[in-house]
Design a protein. Structure first.
Length: 238
């Protein structure tokens, strides 16, 4: 399991400490360094983030106010030099609270909590997915507290948007809380392929294929380097 993590802290030394410890764990991948919470917002919208290391006392927007602004936050480890914030922080359903300065052993225990939480969520997702499939030709797509029954033939493409996923249908778009990985597991690979970290396409919607992009009529989808084999397989199947 590869975990994309984001550091949000106004102290450069905190970034260096976390990055140094994270390099000891090859499944941790640094997605970005932010020195205030506002810098993190566009990253969360453009990338899939599994874990945030978050400071509380920062300029412009505090760590707590930042958490309030996230509708569906990833795993969060608070890093702070002030222990008096610890009790309040757990009201935001954080994973752990690291008091600065901390050593590698304490850091590793926090990461183990993250992995345990993600394993539980994955198991819950599998249960949800087993009940989400309505038939061989339809799926249920979760949207807040509703589940939309969608024929597979109506799906054109799917795009990851930070903590949400946009499902583009022939007649509308659904903003779902499901992750891209959920759709990859749920949709049959005979009719759908992931062509980019943020895009999954329906084979039947493809009108043109080139080395670095796929056209779905007037919509152009980029092809990620690691997904080029999926495109080659799509052409072969066609």
């Amino acid at each position: 399991m590869l975990l994309n993590y984001l550091i949000i802290d106004d102290e450069p030394i905190a970034h260096s400490l976390i990055e140094g410890f994270a390099r000891e764990l090859d499944y941790l991948h640094l997605a970005g360094n932010c020195h205030n919470a506002m810098q993190a917002l566009p990253i969360l919208k453009s990338q899939s983030i599994d874990l945030i290391f978050l400071d509380i006392n920062m300029p412009k927007l505090s760590g707590f106010d930042f958490l309030k602004s996230l509708p569906n936050p990833p795993q969060v480890i608070i890093i702070s030099a002030h222990k008096e914030h610890a009790l309040e922080s757990y009201e935001y359903k954080i994973t752990d609270y690291l008091l600065k300065p901390f050593n590698f052993e304490r850091f590793f225990k926090s990461i183990e909590k993250v992995l345990s939480n993600l394993s539980k969520l994955a198991l819950e997702a599998q249960v949800d997915q087993s009940s989400a499939v309505a038939s061989d030709s339809c799926i249920f797509i979760k949207d807040d507290k509703k589940h939309h029954k969608v024929p597979l033939t109506d799906i054109v493409y799917i795009k990851a948007n930070g903590n949400f996923t946009s499902v583009y249908l022939t007649d509308k778009t659904i903003l779902s809380q499901m992750k891209m990985s959920d759709f990859v597991r749920l949709l049959p690979n005979s009719g759908f392929s992931q062509v980019h970290r943020s895009y999954l396409i329906a084979h039947q919607a493809v009108t043109l294929v080139s080395a670095n992009e796929v056209h779905l009529n007037n919509t152009i989808i980029p092809v990620g380097r690691v997904f080029k084999e999926n495109i080659e397989s799509l052409i072969t199947k066609s």
